[in-house]
Every structure is written in structure tokens, then in C-alpha cells.
Design a binder for this molecule. Structure first.
Ligand code: ADP
Length: 644
């Protein structure tokens, strides 16, 4: 059987445990490591099954706008502990120079010689240093735990939000943006919570503590310090901040270009090779990489100016203060110890300013990330469950379109004035040219979208009046390109009914005609599959999707037929499976092949967003119209090639 070949190609996954003999790449755990691996697995913590309740409607707490304080505030204990530790560290860290002042004034100056004072001071100094190291360790620990919890909350919250949003939100081009929200924006925040906020607070407090200490030591000298050092430092820091921000933005744009070029080359490698574009591509890549290098050079240069310049301000400041302070010592307006302490504090005065400026960037980034995430979280689902929605009782499967009009974009009507009734157990094929609105009509039937005008009813109930979960439980969908989730064949078949027994899975596989194939696989239904692993052929994926739909036993099935032409053998198998799955169910088939349409109970011809004709296949063929034209074209082409 030709279409069975797909399983054979997939050595990467299926061959992982048995491939040594067949010479395929080995992807599993080597046998000599198996013992160790088993031991390791035994020490893994057991993960309790989570009892999570998901509601399609966000709770009041989840509706509150996102803010850093709310996120952090949810872990109050850690927040208080971290704040206390930051406050204590900022004070304790500044005790050193004061001790030095005391040791000089009371242990070293003529007339005050005292080894005892010196020894005690140095012992206290050591003890305080030790204590501050421990405090910092504790503080890093606490903020680390706080950050990881906050990030977990945030990730789960955004993910839950994604699960609530309507289909209209998820478009191809948005997937990339959403991924970047979940990766770079969340990581920016992680940086900020883990390190940034605590550093910001610590350095800010340190500056305040040092300024207070300077003024309490000597007001005149402290005023000179502030006057000499602070304006120069602040000006330089503001320049640095602006320049580095510019550099950061440029380098971010340029690294994005590098990555875009890289990914295009990797994805388009076949076309590139076929058209001999390698050299041109390298030239182009050198170009974008060079632009990125320039941006990095600029940022490096800015930092190279800022660091040494602040040092210079410090040195000049010290020089001037040496003169002013020295004179004050001679005039007995300042003690020698206090002058030394001043110098020591002055050195420490610069570090917080430099760090604050550096942290300011990450604070800004964090803030814009929060804003972007807040916007994302405030996105409302278009298809919202009404608060008064009730559970849809088991249905017979009558679907009614009542004067339905719809447009993805309100300005552009895709469907207009559609009236159609599908009886319980009836299979209806939608046919018509591409873009006519067949898929859109099908999407309205299980409320992926709401009609702009008119109503869609199921067993006489407006879809908007029932809960989404009770509706979708009774309507199965087989998309044009079935999606396989990472897992096994079993877990993929059980997707819509995770509690289904193994017998049910076996039955579903048998009904669609996959049983023999699965039985031939070394691991049977436990054979791993995943979306990217090209382990299943197109036909097999279709069958698996049908088995999935069969197992969920919906009353209504919506099936978007695959357009990729299957070979004759696969087509026959898929058609047979389809008959078995559709048995006794209402069905909407978006038919791309006339053979499928011919097997339906009724055919609905959709043209330009309207139902232009409805009838049994025989009726439609017996009268002139677009369906007969299509059919004639199909026959003329040999009865196989026309795919609509
Ligand atoms: P068919 O299934 O008959 O090929 P569709 O129902 O997919 O047609 O599309 C009908 C029209 O709606 C087309 O003009 C198409 O471009 C547009 N359309 C389909 N999906 C979307 C979407 N997600 N957003 C905007 N327009 C869409």
C-alpha cells in the first residue's frame, strides 16, 4: 500500500529504540546508561495531577490590569523579607568608613594611641563585612524565589488568557509576536524582578544613607562634595543614559535583522541551493552582521566614555576635597578620621549612581514589557461566553443558518443572507470556488466566530446562549491539516476524550482503518508522534484526525477536506473511514473533491458569500447550474484532477 510508506521514513522518532540494527540515527537512551537513567528518574519528584478549573470567562482578579506591584504583591511575605533585607544591607554596608573614622580618631592620633580600640574596630569591621555578605546572600535568595514565583504566575496567566481568546485573535503573523511576548518580554521582567528592583532600591537607599552620613559628619565639607561632584555626575549620567538607550534600540533592531536573515536562509535553504544564491546570501549576511557590529561598537564606546569619566570626576573631587578638608583639619574644624571617612564614602558615592543609571535601562525595558503584556491581557475574546449561558443538552444535530451575514473585517462582508437548514444525521457538502466562504460558514457552525447579522441555531437554540464547552463537546472538527500534538498515537487519538479506554482507542483506529498499521509498529499505540516529526504521511494524519473525531463521538462533525491530493489508494481508504465516522451524524463537509461531494446527502453551492444552489447530487446534476458545470469540467478532466 503506497500511503503506508510514511511510517518507514520516520527513523528519527519511531526508530529511536530499535534503530541500532537498521543503521538509523540513534535517538534514545543508550543501554549502558539505562541503569543510571532509571536511578535518576526514581529520584524525580512525583508530580501530583493538578486539579485546575478552567472557565472561559476571566475572573474579577484576572481582569485587573497587570502591574508589577500587583504581581509582586501577591507574594507579600517574600516582598516584606526582601525589602527588610535591602534596608538592613544598605545601612550595614556603610558602617565601614565610620569605624575607620573612630579607629583613627580614638586609636591612632597622637595622644589617643590605643591598640585596643584599633583591634576592636577591626574585629567589628570584619564581623560587619561577614554579616553583610550573609545578608546579601539571603537577599539574593529571597528575590530569586520571589522572581521565579512572579514569573510563573505571569506565564500561566498569559497562557490561560491565550486559551480564552477567540480564533480571530490568532493569525499567522501574530504567532511570532505572541512568542516574543512570552519569551523576551517575560524575560525582561524576570531580570527586573530578580535583580533590578532590589538593586534599584538598594542603590537608592545607599545614596541616601551616604548623603545623610556625610552631612552628619561635617556639613561644610558635605556641601562642597555635593556641589562639586553631583552636578557633573548627573549631567554625565543623563548623557550616558540617552546615548546607551539609543545604542540599545539600534542594536536590538539590528540583531532582529540578523535573526530574520538567518531564519530565512535556514527555511529557504532548498531554494537558495537550487538557485546558487549562497555567495549573494553570505554577502547579505555580512552586511546585516556588520550593521549589528557597528551598533555594538557604539554602545561599547559610550560605556568606555562613561566609566573613566565618572572615575575622573571622583579623582578631581577628591583632589579638591583634600585641599579644602586638609585646611579644615589644620583649623581644627574637622578631625583626621572624619576626612578619611569622607574620602572612603566619596568612593562609595559613585557606584550607586553608575548602577542606578545602568539599572534604569532595564527598568525602562521592564516597564515597556509590562505595558505590552498588559495590552495583551486586556484583549477581550470576540466570541465571549454570555454570563447567562446554559449547558447545551444532548443534541440531535439540527443546524440552522438564519439570514446569516458575516465579515472578518466589518468593512468587508464575506457572507450575506445565508439561510440553510441541516437535518439531524444529514451530511451536507459545501462546494464552490476558493474564497467563496465555505470554511467561514463552517466556522460559524461551531462558534469559532459569531455572525454579524442573523443567527446560527443548533436544535433550535442560538449558539450564543449556550456554554462554549457544552457546544464544542458535541461538535467535532477535522481540520484541513490535522495537527499532531507531541505525544503518542494513543494520546493524539484520545485528544478530545482523555478518559477514553484503550478499547475505545483501538476501536476508533479500527474504524478508520489504521489498526493494521499501528499493530505493525514496534510500540503500537505508544509510538511517539509530534507535529514536526514527519512520521506520518498526509493520508495517515487524516485518518488519525478522523479516529480522534470518531472517539469524541460528537453529534455533529465539521470536516475540511484536505486539498493536497492523496494518491488513489489513500483516497479510497480515507473515504471509507469517512463513511464509518459520519454514520448517523450530521455533517458539514467542505468538499474540495467532487467525489466527496457526490457522496453527501445534499450539496450546498456557495458562491460570493451566498448559497447559490442546494439539492441532492442527483438534483443538482439534473439541472443546469454551476454545480453541473463543475461536474462536467471534472468529467472532462478524467474524473480526478479538478480540485475545487
Ligand atoms: P473558502 O473556504 O470558500 O475557500 P473562506 O471561507 O476560507 O473561503 O474565505 C472567504 C473569504 O474570507 C475570503 O475572501 C478570505 O480571504 C476571507 N478570510 C478567510 N479567513 C479569514 C481571516 N481569518 N481573516 C480575514 N479574512 C479571511
Amino acid at each position: 500500500m503506497a500511503w503506508g510508506g510514511g511510517f518507514g521514513h520516520g527513523g528519527g522518532v519511531f526508530g529511536s529504540h530499535s534503530s541500532t540494527s537498521s543503521g538509523l540515527p540513534f535517538g534514545g537512551i543508550p543501554s549502558e546508561l539505562m541503569d543510571e537513567a532509571t536511578k535518576l528518574l526514581a529520584t524525580e519528584p512525583a508530580h501530583e495531577p493538578s486539579h485546575l478549573h478552567f472557565s472561559p470567562v476571566a475572573s474579577a482578579a484576572e481582569r485587573r490590569p497587570l502591574s508589577l506591584w500587583r504581581l509582586v504583591g501577591a507574594h507579600r511575605g517574600y516582598l516584606v523579607a526582601a525589602s527588610l533585607l535591602v534596608i538592613i544591607s544598605s545601612v550595614v554596608l556603610q558602617a565601614g568608613p565610620k569605624l575607620t573614622e573612630f579607629a583613627v580618631n580614638h586609636g591612632m592620633l597622637p595622644g589617643h594611641h590605643s591598640l585596643k580600640v584599633i583591634v576592636v574596630c577591626s574585629l567589628i569591621y570584619l564581623a560587619i563585612t561577614l554579616a553583610s555578605v550573609l545578608l546579601q546572600r539571603l537577599q539574593t535568595d529571597v528575590t530569586g524565589v520571589l522572581a521565579s514565583r512572579v514569573m510563573r504566575d505571569l506565564r500561566v496567566r498569559v497562557f490561560t488568557h491565550f486559551q480564552r481568546l477567540s480564533l480571530s485573535f490568532f493569525t499567522e503573523e501574530k504567532a511570532g509576536v505572541l512568542m516574543s511576548r512570552m519569551t523576551s518580554d517575560v524575560e525582561n521582567l524576570q531580570q527586573l524582578v530578580q535583580d533590578g528592583v532590589a538593586q534599584f532600591a538598594l542603590q537608592g537607599l545607599t545614596m541616601i544613607v551616604i548623603t545623610a552620613v556625610l552631612f552628619s559628619t561635617n556639613v561644610v565639607l558635605a556641601s562642597w562634595t555635593v556641589l562639586l561632584v553631583v552636578p557633573a555626575l548627573v549631567t554625565l549620567s543623563i548623557w550616558f543614559h540617552q546615548a546607551s538607550e539609543r545604542g540599545y534600540l539600534t542594536s536590538r533592531d539590528r540583531i532582529a535583522n540578523v535573526l530574520a536573515d538567518l531564519s530565512e536562509t535556514l527555511y529557504g535553504v532548498r531554494v537558495i541551493t537550487a538557485h546558487n544564491r549562497q555567495r549573494r546570501n553570505i554577502v547579505n549576511h555580512r552586511h546585516v552582521v556588520g550593521a549589528y557590529r557597528d551598533a555594538n561598537l557604539y554602545t561599547g564606546r559610550v560605556a568606555a566614555i562613561y566609566g573613566p569619566s565618572t572615575n575622573m570626576i571622583g579623582i578631581v573631587g577628591q583632589g579638591v576635597l583634600l585641599g579644602i578638608g586638609g585646611r579644615m583639619v589644620l583649623e581644627h574644624r574637622l578631625s583626621v578620621g572624619a576626612l578619611i571617612a569622607f574620602f572612603l564614602y566619596l568612593n562609595r558615592f559613585f557606584q550607586p549612581i553608575q548602577l542606578l543609571v545602568q539599572q534604569y535601562n532595564s527598568l525602562q525595558q521592564g516597564r515597556s514589557s509590562i505595558t505590552r503584556l498588559r495590552e495583551l491581557l486586556s484583549e477581550e475574546p470576540d466570541v465571549a461566553e454570555s454570563p447567562t449561558a446554559r449547558v447545551l443538552a444532548p443534541i440531535e444535530g439540527r443546524i440552522t443558518f438564519e439570514n446569516v451575514g458575516f465579515g472578518y473585517d466589518p468593512a468587508h462582508q464575506v457572507l450575506a443572507g445565508v439561510n440553510l437548514e441541516i437535518a439531524p444525521g444529514e451530511s451536507v457538502a459545501f462546494v464552490g470556488p476558493t474564497g467563496a466562504g465555505k470554511s467561514t460558514l463552517a466556522k460559524l457552525a461551531n462558534r469559532f466566530y459569531d455572525p454579524t447579522t442573523g443567527r446560527v441555531l443548533i436544535d433550535g437554540v442560538d449558539l450564543r446562549d449556550v456554554t462554549l464547552s457544552s457546544l464544542r463537546r458535541q461538535i467535532g472538527v477535522v481540520p484541513q491539516e490535522p495537527f499532531l500534538f507531541a505525544g503518542t498515537i494513543r494520546s493524539n487519538v484520545r485528544f478530545g476524550r482523555p478518559d477514553a479506554s484503550d478499547d475505545d482507542v483501538a476501536e476508533a483506529l479500527a474504524v478508520v482503518g489504521l489498526a493494521d498499521l499501528v499493530a505493525r509498529l514496534p510500540e503500537g499505540v505508544d509510538t511517539p508522534v509530534h507535529e514536526r516529526g514527519q512520521t506520518l504521511s498526509a493520508g495517515e494524519r487524516q485518518l488519525l484526525a478522523l479516529a480522534r473525531a470518531f472517539l469524541a463521538r460528537p453529534r455533529v462533525l465539521i470536516l475540511d477536506e484536505a486539498t493536497s491530493s492523496l494518491d488513489l489508494a489513500s483516497e479510497t481508504v480515507v473515504e471509507r473511514a469517512l463513511d464509518a465516522v459520519l454514520e448517523g451524524r450530521s455533517a458539514i463537509l467542505i468538499a474540495h473533491r467532487l467525489t466527496t461531494a457526490q457522496r453527501a446527502d445534499r450539496i450546498v453551492v456557495v458562491e460570493h458569500g451566498r448559497v447559490s444552489d442546494v439539492g441532492t447530487p442527483a438534483q443538482l446534476l439534473s439541472r443546469p447550474g454551476s454545480y453541473r458545470d463543475m461536474y462536467d469540467a471534472w468529467l472532462a478532466a478524467g474524473g480526478r484532477d479538478v480540485v475545487v
